[in-house]
Ligand binder design. Structure first.
Ligand SMILES: Cc1cc2nc3c(=O)[nH]c(=O)nc-3n(C[C@H](O)[C@H](O)[C@H](O)COP(=O)(O)OP(=O)(O)OC[C@H]3O[C@@H](n4cnc5c(N)ncnc54)[C@H](O)[C@@H]3O)c2cc1C
Length: 455
């Protein structure tokens, strides 16, 4: 008998959590596991703002997929660009740009999410994201480049524009990004004696009336106080009307001359979801509590890409929020259900009670709500760092992160611009490959030969 083929798409919190559990629970003879991933690492996204700020090196949040000695999964370096559930096959674009097809018996969809955008003039060309390692490195270089260019410029208006920065998104990603990058410029400007520190202006903008509403009123206000004490101008109930090379125009009519718009206004499920052809909810693939995709054989979905019912919430229609906390636990639970299915045993619904949120605002600041306990200041930051440190999957990553934190606390940053990505436009499209996906007809052109093989 041939071994069932399990194909896992995406090596994030969900995909890696699932593969590790499958490797542990299944013998070589029980199944053939393949992991499809454009990168050779699992990205620890919650620490990305600290990479942009230079507190952590990029390598310290990129956890190798191949470090474990027990690792035996076949890793295909590429991205899924279309799913054909009738052919039970996935179209892959490899990292060399060629197309290939991976057949499956069980497909686990964990491609995560991309930055959510809106139809705002100029956004597609001028917004920079904070969702991939390349984006964090790019944003860091870009911000330092603005200091370098402002320092060299003799034009006062240009100086002021280059030293004005706009971050959109008052969720935890945007708030952490604004807080960490403001600290970067605040500290870096001391190395630019020609620059007037008063010219540096950071704006955090959100259409919602509160910052990080999931933290509640008290902690939202505490975060607001920390940001405003640092000089960050927080504008709530406001969004971006348009953006171009020279300025960001806000919906309240203000025109902010600037060269930097960092866009962290939420996430949308990976465009791969749209190629599956099954029901979606708020853009995420509808999944059962066991994480099966209804109506198609052998397809499972989880993480940011899936709408998995949040049974612990006890509210009709509630779905799990797109967080790492859920994604990694869903990965393990889904693997258990897949193993049970292969062995003809019963499966179990996923349930997890939210443990809360931790937010590191850089320096000694943070706001956290672990298990409902509200904290702010250094205690909150210690909890945030402790939580992330413990959640890092490998000991080498833990060591790298801890060493980086200590080194940064003692020696600070050198504000070096690497220039590796200087030739890229730096758009969301560039870094998040949102235009790589195929139409159903294009998918079928690749998977045609596999259709007859499914019986
Ligand atoms: C700045 C920031 C801070 C955050 N902070 C927190 C936090 O403090 N706590 C928390 O719980 N959550 C946090 N999150 C959210 C959390 O990171 C996500 O919810 C989590 O990463 C989702 O896990 P996932 O496995 O579904 O997706 P991801 O971890 O994003 O993994 C998806 C993987 O799939 C790959 N992929 C994408 N498309 C394809 C494709 N077509 N084919 C193959 N592979 C593909 C990607 O390269 C990636 O490796 C934060 C997110 C950001 C951006």
């Amino acid at each position: 008998m041939t071994r069932p083929r399990i194909l896992v798409v995406g090596a994030g919190f969900a995909g890696v959590g699932c593969v590790k559990r499958l490797e542990r629970r299944l013998t070589e003879r029980e199944a053939r596991i393949t992991l499809l991933s454009p990168f050779s690492y699992q990205l620890y996204l919650p620490l990305l703002p600290q990479v942009a700020a230079g507190v952590l090196t990029p390598q310290s949040v990129a956890l190798s997929l191949r470090r474990s000695q027990k690792h035996r999964t076949r890793i295909v370096p590429g991205g899924a660009v279309g799913v054909d559930t009738a052919a039970k096959a996935v179209v892959v674009r490899t990292i060399t740009g060629e197309y290939d097809v991976e057949p499956y018996d069980h497909l686990v969809l964990a491609p995560g999410s991309v930055t959510r955008t809106f139809d705002i003039p100029g956004l597609a060309d001028h917004a920079r994201g904070m969702k991939t390692l390349a984006e964090a490195v790019y944003v860091r270089d870009h911000v330092i480049a603005q200091l370098d260019l402002a320092d060299a410029s003799e034009d006062e208006a240009e100086r002021a524009a280059r030293l004005q920065f706009v971050v959109v998104g008052g969720g935890y990603a945007g708030t952490e990004t604004a807080a960490c990058l403001q600290l970067l410029t605040h500290n870096a400007v001391k190395r630019y004696p020609r620059l007037d520190p008063a010219l540096i202006k950071w704006h955090l903008v959100d259409i919602a009336p509160r910052l990080m509403p999931e933290l509640g009123d008290k902690l939202g206000s505490a975060a607001m106080d920390i940001l405003t004490a640092r000089g960050i101008q927080v504008s709530l109930g406001v969004s971006v009307a348009s953006v171009d090379d020279e300025a960001v125009t806000l919906t309240d009519g203000r025109v902010l001359p600037c060269r930097t718009l960092i866009w962290t206004a939420g996430v949308a499920a990976s465009p791969l979801v749209g190629t599956v052809g099954t029901e979606t909810l708020r853009g995420r693939l509808v999944a059962t509590p066991e994480m099966r995709v209804p109506g198609v054989d052998g397809v499972w979905a989880l993480g940011d890409a899936a709408a998995v019912p949040d049974l612990a919430k006890g509210e009709e229609g509630a779905i799990c929020p797109p967080t790492a906390q859920h994604a990694m636990r869903q990965g393990k639970a889904l693997a258990d259900n897949l193993v049970a299915t292969l062995r003809g045993e019963p499966t179990h619904p996923y349930t997890h009670k939210d443990l809360g949120l931790v937010v590191d605002l850089g320096g000694m600041d943070g706001v956290s709500k672990p298990l409902g306990v509200e904290l702010h200041g250094p205690a909150a930051q210690a909890v945030a760092r402790g939580y992330h440190w413990a959640a890092l999957r490998t000991n080498v990553a833990k060591t790298r992160v801890m060493t980086n934190w200590l080194l940064n606390a003692v020696a600070g940053d050198d504000y070096v611009r690497t220039g590796f990505l200087a030739s890229k436009a730096g758009t969301l499209r560039d870094f998040e490959y949102t235009d790589a996906y195929l139409t159903p007809d294009q998918v079928r052109l690749h998977t045609g030969p596999f259709r007859g093989a499914v019986g």
